[in-house]
Design a binder for this molecule. Sequence first.
Ligand code: FAD
Ligand code: NAI
Length: 478
Amino acid sequence: MNKQFDVLVIGAGPGGYIAAIRSAQLGFSVACCEFNTYDDPDGETRLGGTCLNAGCIPLKALVASSEVFEKVSHHLEEHGISVGEVKIDVARMQQRKAAIVTKMTSGIKFLFRKNKITLLKGQGSFAGKTDAGYRIIIRGKEGEEEIIAHNVIIATGSKARHIPNIAVDNMTICDNEGAMKFTEAPKKLGVIGAGVIGLEVGSVWRRLGAEVTVLEVMPSFLSACDESVSREASKLFLKQGLQIKLGVRIGQAKTTENGVSVAYTDDQGSEHVLECDKLIVSVGRIPNTEKLNLEAIGLQIDERGFIPVNDHCATVAAGVYAIGDVVRGPMLAHKAEDEGVMVGELIAGQNPHLDYNSMPWVIYTTPEIAWAGKTEQQLRAEGRDYKTGQFPFAANGRALGLGDAEGFIKMLADAKTDEILGVHILGANASELIAEAALALEFRAAAEDIARTCHPHPSLSEVMREAALALEKRALNI
Ligand code: FAD
Ligand code: NAI
């Protein structure tokens, strides 16, 4: 007899593993299938998906190491500290990154055991439906197994999109997987795509000494950010030495004896060749659906490859949900996680709800960029009557003490009701500071609520309060 589960989760990324844990907390019998071994030295199944194995966590480890290197190399003098020659042992840095990833992925295996979640090692694929539930085949190293599940949560995530005629080998021409594994900093690094990965990974290798050229097809970049943030960030990235060429058309990329050459046409129509040691292709990601055999249960993907779902992540097949990168919305780990919690609770008959508008975004550059809610250009397009308040980190004592005084916080609020509509941060620790704004948006707080809340002194968070005060032209320290 086939094993039966109340809930089967397909994919153990941040969407899937959190959905499995929440469903188990709610008393369901839960299984989660995952086939990917990522970089496991023993070829064992690794949990945590892209986020833990080839995305957020390893990248942020490299961001931190490279920021320390840059600080020690260039920013200690102002503190009166001098050091000898500063060297980076990239292999050691990579070991640190790998140890963090191993700790985190092993932690999820522990959480599965703690919550009595059955891990099925293999690739999940629908085989149809019977009165007992959905039939799913799990294809693993040791063969196939068919299981029955009453509810299925598809959380199969996404993979890097590649460009025709540019063969990614993840040695010289890399997507996100190879781009975080270099054993030394390339002298010259080419990046195709000035999106989130291009900027974050490009900045890592720039801090470690690479000359970085980013080739972007669009006439602008950071277009999802508030325009004042993207304007100021572009200036800062340029000052740091990131060369960003906008409006280019990419031709062929060929590996050569010394690296790779990329042909491109600039925005004036002139042709160029960029010679570099390594090339990163970071032009977006595509949903993973090809092995699911969705047709067996009457599901189809949309024109962009996503599984269509409603606001509650339900597909048109009763009891089948899809969450995370495989469905519409931003490709963010915390969005996947929150959808996982919501779906577990829906299956339990609860009435959860997600406000996508208050979900924060962070780009881990130097300085960091973070926002929640609407941008000024969105509010203008909506014809909304709004007011703005902005305050610079340069007028904050804590930021000056830290030596991180670039950037600002900008708050947008309804002109009449004072409800906060959007918060935009360019500055150190923006990733932490934005949580206050997300909470304010969830509570539908007024700017006055933040302005009247006592913030610790000296702290970067005072800039949030000053931005709220600035909405009524009553910032105190400027
Ligand atoms: P995934 O994490 O992709 O996990 C899906 C899992 O399903 C995978 O392990 C896959 O092997 C498995 N799977 C696929 N098909 C099957 C099948 N048929 N059967 C069984 N298993 C299957 N987001 C942030 O919020 N913050 C960041 O700082 C951040 N940094 C990033 C950096 C990089 C370089 C990249 C690439 C992404 C980053 N992201 C970040 C995005 C984030 O990683 C994703 O949004 C998130 O991982 C999506 O979670 P998910 O569970 O939907 O999918
Ligand atoms: P992206 O969508 O952020 O950026 C892709 C960029 O490539 C765009 O600017 C696009 O115009 C450009 N592009 C597309 N085709 C091109 C071509 N042929 N030539 C030149 N440029 C081209 O995608 P990216 O950077 O690959 O990241 C994928 C996703 O991963 C992000 O959208 C984000 O959701 C997630 N991510 C999130 C992070 C975070 O939250 N901090 C960090 C890294 C990734």
